[in-house]
Design a protein around this ligand. Structure first.
Ligand code: GN1
Ligand code: MG
Length: 363
């Protein structure tokens, strides 16, 4: 789309001022995201929702509306600033909060969050403690939210055994003839498949409680204050659904405590940094107000291996199926991503004793 197209699209929303610039934001593997600045000096975030991933985008929007309305009330109650501390959807002129544009896309607009940015990588360890606090606090704020109001936007999103079966199906189909070249990765997954049911078994037996969880707790899904590094706002609420605390914890650590990017090619650079693991763990437990069960606490370290294996299987399955789900920038991008996640699985298992001691000390 060119600039006049964007102006037309943005004209369908109640914006303050006229768009003066539209810049694509490259991070994020699913939706398309653009930063919009207007003549009034207001910033907005424009997104095209990926409907290959979110089959029912209206359900996604309903979830986000419910959750942000609820958070807004809670934030006001405790004297916070809801325009900074939670997302604000901008109404469409025709009603609702999303439009179907003539490019076929399903588009929505959020208010920008002032003086804050999303980091792809930790620059100072304290940032990760703040991120942990924000994700813990997010769960605490939503503790009494009525889960009956939430649609399951992607069924079985963190059901690791289901992800394992999907991986096996992709392997079986081998649509692109790529399976033969990834024999080592396949063997690794088989050898570690015992990890798959660790969290889901706990949920089924009632040992691990269901909560309202974010489900995509990458570091860059938090806006941090530019000056103070304070974690201002948890963003990307597309996958907020009932889930386990361990999904959010494990996912955040496998991304943010890794020494390298999710697509690093040099696997010797890919490992969990215990000092970062510690920062997040302390922040997360503090943000939760210490409200976690013994079973949840005991499974924290292993949850990192489970979530890394799960994502490794998802990346590899997508590689085998011809890269239909995650955005890729080059041919083997999903394979490189899968390899980093599998490397993290072995690293967490190797460091398990050391990491468990950190969780103990945090409690
Ligand atoms: C996707 O859109 P983004 O980049 O925040 C994915 C997550 C993965 C992540 C890996 C809906 O998140 O589950 O963990 O990529 N989101 C969806 O980078 O599948
Ligand atoms: Mg995201």
């Amino acid at each position: 789309m060119n600039f006049p197209d964007f102006v037309e699209l943005l004209g369908m929303f109640e914006l303050d001022g006229e768009p003066v610039s539209v810049t694509e934001c490259k991070s994020g593997n699913i939706n398309k995201t653009f930063v919009v600045d207007t003549s009034s000096g207001t910033r907005y975030i424009l997104q095209r929702v990926n409907e290959n991933v979110f089959k029912d985008p209206d359900a996604v929007m309903e979830n986000i509306l419910h959750v942000t309305e609820y958070l807004r009330r809670k934030i006001i109650e405790r004297g916070g600033d809801p325009t900074r501390e939670t997302l604000t959807l901008i109404p469409a002129k025709a009603g609702g909060y999303a439009v179907r544009f003539r490019d076929g896309g399903y588009w929505r607009v959020y208010a920008g969050i002032r003086n804050a940015i999303a980091h792809d990588k930790i620059e100072r360890p304290g940032q990760f403690r703040n991120a942990g606090y924000a994700f813990g606090d997010f769960q605490l704020l939503l503790a009494d939210f009525d889960t009956g109001k939430l649609h399951e936007t992607i069924p079985n999103f963190h059901n690791t055994p289901v992800r394992y079966h999907a991986f096996k199906a992709a392997l079986e189909a081998d649509e692109c003839g790529r399976a033969a070249s990834v024999a080592r990765e396949i063997a690794f997954i088989e050898e570690h498949s015992w990890l798959c049911p660790v969290i889901t078994d706990g949920i089924e037996s009632g040992k691990i409680p269901m909560r309202v969880t974010h489900n995509d707790t990458k570091l860059n899904n938090i806006m941090m204050d530019i000056e103070t590094d304070e974690a201002v706002c948890v963003i990307d609420l597309d996958t907020v659904m009932p889930g386990s605390l361990l999904f959010d914890y494990g996912d955040a650590i496998r991304y943010g405590a890794s020494n390298a990017a999710e697509d690093e090619k040099d696997l010797s650079q890919v490992y969990i940094r215990p000092e970062l693991f510690k920062e997040f763990t302390y922040g997360f437990i503090e943000g939760l107000g210490g409200k976690l069960s013994t079973h949840e606490a005991e499974a924290m370290t292993i949850s990192v291996a489970v979530l890394a294996l799960e994502l490794g299987m998802r990346f590899l399955a997508d590689y085998l199926s011809g890269d239909k789900y995650f955005k890729v920038l080059y041919d083997d991008h999903n394979l490189d991503r899968a390899r980093t996640q599998l490397k993290l699985v072995s690293d967490v298992l190797e460091k398990r004793g050391e990491l468990e001691a950190i969780v103990e000390s945090a409690l």
